[in-house]
Write a protein of this length. Structure first.
Length: 537
């Protein structure tokens, strides 16, 4: 009986325990139904994962189950391929999306951030162009834009090297605009070449240039002396790569407006007689600072017949140059300071640059000589004196090419029923720097001089006694005729600074005083006694 009761209680206990378990199980089932899908199937959710892709980029991912279903919350990203446990995510447009992949009883979320495809390029360009503060890198609406203005050639070179790798991925609005330092450097180059840059140019001041910049064009204008000068200016411009449109991105180009100025040359010519002895002593600088060219001393010594440098053991030139580094006035001062004052003739002509005509100068006379024929006699004019025929042109701003036809002749001398005329001629072409003197060797003359007797006025004429009281001197000397030629640009703006009378007012009194002093000295000598005159020499 008791046993049966115990069994009854045990059955009741297990029944209540079973009911309790059923009730607990039913409560859990109600809580899960809220989170599970509508089909009330039980599912396991794996932890979510954050990923980033760029527009147009595809990335591959894997999950620990075979994918059966997938979906994306927005159109910014999509699943492009599913292969077992792997799938690919493609970025469609900038934004965000949640991609869910599922299998029976399990799922996983991928929270995707889609960035622009230019973002890596934006970051890379921002880094590489960080040393160029004048350039800005902008990214807006999936468009990469570069803006700015560069004024230095080195920075423009660097920018072009960097952008060349990304030119198809961005919009480039960066331009090159030459800065003031480039124009100053160009002005220095022109000044070094002999073409200073000024504010205004005119034909009266040739050799100067002017800069004008407008609408991306640098115009170089001016009046020059020769075609070589124009070619030199264009050559300097061509060497400036920052003026090449292919280099500067069509931002700047150079044009020229250069003209040849109408220029006149003034050429002075002086004939100088120099003896062999004077040439041997020649070579010192003059007192006013006239400087000889390096080889001119050797050249003069060679004219005098000195030994060549290689034999005499001296160093220096061999007389190849024949220029004095001074104008005609300085050359004459140099010769005068060295005891040479035999200036035979001189003249100058003014000629037009590049003219084909000769400029002619004549200074002399005409001797009419009677010439007898069979039945009649007629007068034939024979001209003598100095004749200069010169033409030429500037080959550079500081050098001229001259064609010279020079003739110096003496008056005819009658000898044995005939007339003899001595003359010196030269026809040559030279290159001579402006405001310097070219030295042309002419003919050689042998001169003979005799002086005496000299000594005591009375005793020098008495035989025997004149051996002790008088002397005679005979000397022969070789004379070399040098022709000095010096070209310069004629100044067309010479203006009179004072009236002629102001400059000549003191000339007549000075000449009168000089003549009166000479006459007084003559009268004083004539008033001496015969005894005083006898002991005067």
């Amino acid at each position: 009986m008791r046993e049966a009761g115990r069994m009854k209680y045990l059955r009741l206990f297990f029944f209540l325990l079973f009911c309790f378990c059923l009730v607990s199980s039913g409560a859990d089932g109600v809580g899960q139904a809220v989170e599970t899908p509508r089909n009330s199937e039980q599912s396991i959710q794996l932890p979510p994962e954050r990923i980033s892709v760029s527009t147009g980029e595809t990335r591959r991912f894997e999950v620990p189950f075979v994918i059966e279903h997938y979906r994306s919350s927005t159109s910014n990203a999509r699943v492009s391929l599913v292969d077992g446990r792997a799938f690919e995510v493609e970025g469609v447009s900038a934004g965000s999306a949640v991609i869910t992949v599922q299998a029976e009883g399990i799922s996983k979320e991928f929270r995707v951030t889609v960035s622009s495809s230019l973002m890596p390029i934006y970051r890379e360009l921002s880094r590489e162009l960080g040393d160029l503060p004048e350039v800005s890198v902008e990214l807006s609406d999936d468009v990469l834009t570069l803006r700015g203005e560069i004024t230095r050639t080195s920075r423009w070179d660097y920018f072009r090297r960097v952008v060349r790798r990304y030119e198809d991925r961005c919009r480039n609005y960066v331009i090159f605009r030459p800065g003031p330092e480039l124009f100053e450097e160009l002005k220095k180059q022109f000044a070094s070449a002999g073409y200073p840059v000024v504010e205004t140019v005119s034909p009266q001041n040739p050799g100067q240039l002017r800069f004008q910049v407008a609408n991306g064009v640098l115009t170089v204008s001016g009046y020059l002396l020769t075609e070589n000068d124009i070619a030199s200016v264009k050559r300097i411009l061509a060497l400036q790569k920052w003026l090449s449109p292919e280099w500067n991105g069509q931002a700047m180009q150079a044009e020229t407006d250069l003209k040849i100025a109408d220029t006149q040359l003034d050429v002075g010519v002086v004939f100088v007689g120099v003896t062999r002895t004077q040439l041997e002593r020649l070579g010192n600088s003059s007192a006013d600072g006239t400087v000889l060219s390096w080889n001119l001393i050797a050249w003069f010594r060679a004219l005098a017949g000195a030994a060549p440098d290689e034999l005499s053991g001296t160093s220096g030139g061999k007389g190849l140059y024949s220029y004095l580094n001074t104008d005609l006035k300085g050359s004459l001062v140099f010769f005068g300071n060295n005891g040479i004052s035999d200036f035979r003739d001189a003249g100058h002509v003014t000629l037009t640059n590049n003219s084909r005509n000769f400029a002619t100068y004549e200074n002399g006379g005409t001797l009419n000589v009677k010439v007898y024929g069979q039945d009649t006699a007629e007068l034939k004019p024979i001209e003598f004196g100095l004749k200069l025929k010169i033409r030429g042109s500037l080959v550079r701003a500081n050098e001229a090419r001259l064609e010279l036809e020079l003739e110096k002749s003496l008056a005819p001398i009658k000898q044995d029923e005939d007339y003899f005329q001595r003359s010196a001629k030269t026809a040559t072409e030279i290159l001579c720097p402006l405001n310097q003197t070219a030295v042309i060797a002419g003919q050689k003359d042998l001169t003979y001089t005799s002086s005496g007797p000299s000594g005591y006025a009375f005793l020098r004429h008495i035989p025997v006694i004149n051996w002790f009281t008088s002397s005679e001197e005979e000397q022969s000397e070789e004379m070399l005729l040098l022709i000095l030629v010096s070209p310069r640009i004629a100044n067309s703006n010479v203006q009179m600074t004072s009236i002629p009378s102001d400059e000549t007012r003191e000339v007549e009194p000075a000449v009168s005083r000089s003549i009166e002093e000479k006459n007084e000295k003559i009268r004083e000598q004539e008033s001496r006694s015969w005894f005083e005159k006898m002991f005067t020499w």
